[in-house]
Design a protein around this ligand. Structure first.
Ligand code: MN
Ligand code: MN
Ligand code: MN
Length: 281
């Protein structure tokens, strides 16, 4: 069965509108699906209104930014009540953090001779969650860099001046919001952080102590030995497993929407929580 519990729409930094994303998932034959935009559930909300007559099961989703041990960590929330006061409060805290961070990024860029970055990035973002990709697009549009990846390589990527993360809440806080709202907290793309094995285990232990109960064992294109490694970690920690494409846009090197899992059959999967009755028997 094809599933996908990690995708992005135009509500954050994805290229497809929520409606286009739904249509794509259906045409690929995905059965269970979540839109997990960065720090906003607006993409999910829009999609709910477009579901009529579909047998696609849409689970509420979000990808929350936080910090742990000096690193920027992403926690996916699935199945939560988006209107729960804790979730609403959390999203507004993240909104404020994102704007503060954007101001700081703009300051950094101005010091390097790129004035007007905040306004420019806001225009690029339109109504969606303001993030580094919008700064990158603005820099390309202004001719400050030749292409999008160069903006990250030189100014915005990990370890560069514009990689500002100090404003994100702590891991424990964002896990609390998801759990309080009745959702499952999932460590997103655990290998993406490039931690040592022992640091990754510390992250999982702290995450679990904070009330987190699941981790992704598959994120987009991934070597099968990595998936097996993550399956072993999930089993060892007793975490449920989740999986998704982390789809943002069509590109030759990106994973398409919809993933399927073979190695994880013995592991408790988050998606079993939402499986339609007739399929659980
Ligand atoms: Mn993204
Ligand atoms: Mn992420
Ligand atoms: Mn993502």
């Amino acid at each position: 069965m094809l599933i996908d519990f990690h995708t992005h729409s135009t509500a954050s930094d994805g290229a497809l509108t929520p409606g286009e994303l739904l249509a794509r998932a259906r045409s690929q034959g995905v059965r269970q699906f979540a839109i997990t935009d960065h720090d906003t559930v607006e993409g999910y909300r829009e999609a709910v209104g477009l579901l009529a007559g579909s047998d696609l099961q849409l689970v509420p989703g979000v990808e929350l930014s936080c910090q742990w041990s000096g690193a920027n960590i992403h926690v996916v929330g699935l199945g939560m009540d988006c209107d729960h006061p804790a979730m609403r409060e959390g999203l507004s805290i993240l909104d404020a953090a994102r704007l503060q961070r954007a101001r700081r990024i703009a300051e950094v860029l101005e010091k390097r001779g790129f004035p007007g970055a905040l306004e420019g990035a806001m225009v690029e973002a339109g109504g969606s969650q303001l993030g580094r990709p919008h700064f990158a697009r603005w820099m390309v549009a202004q001719g400050y860099v030749s292409e999008f990846p160069a903006a990250f390589d030189k100014y915005l990527g990990r370890g560069k001046a514009g990689d500002v993360k100090a404003f994100w809440p702590e891991l424990k806080e964002v896990v609390d919001w998801i759990v309080a709202a009745g959702g499952v907290a999932v460590v997103a793309h655990p290998l993406h952080y490039e931690f040592t094995r022992s640091k990754l285990r510390r992250l999982l232990a702290d995450f679990q102590a904070a009330g987190g109960t699941a981790m992704e064992i598959l994120s987009g294109r991934q070597a099968s030995d990595q998936t097996r490694h993550l399956c072993r970690l999930a089993a060892e920690f007793g975490l449920e497993v989740s999986a998704g494409s982390d789809f943002h846009r069509d590109a030759p090197y990106n994973a398409p929407i919809g993933v399927t899992l073979r190695d994880s059959d013995d592991l408790p999967a988050v998606w079993r929580r939402w499986q339609p009755e007739q399929e659980t028997a």
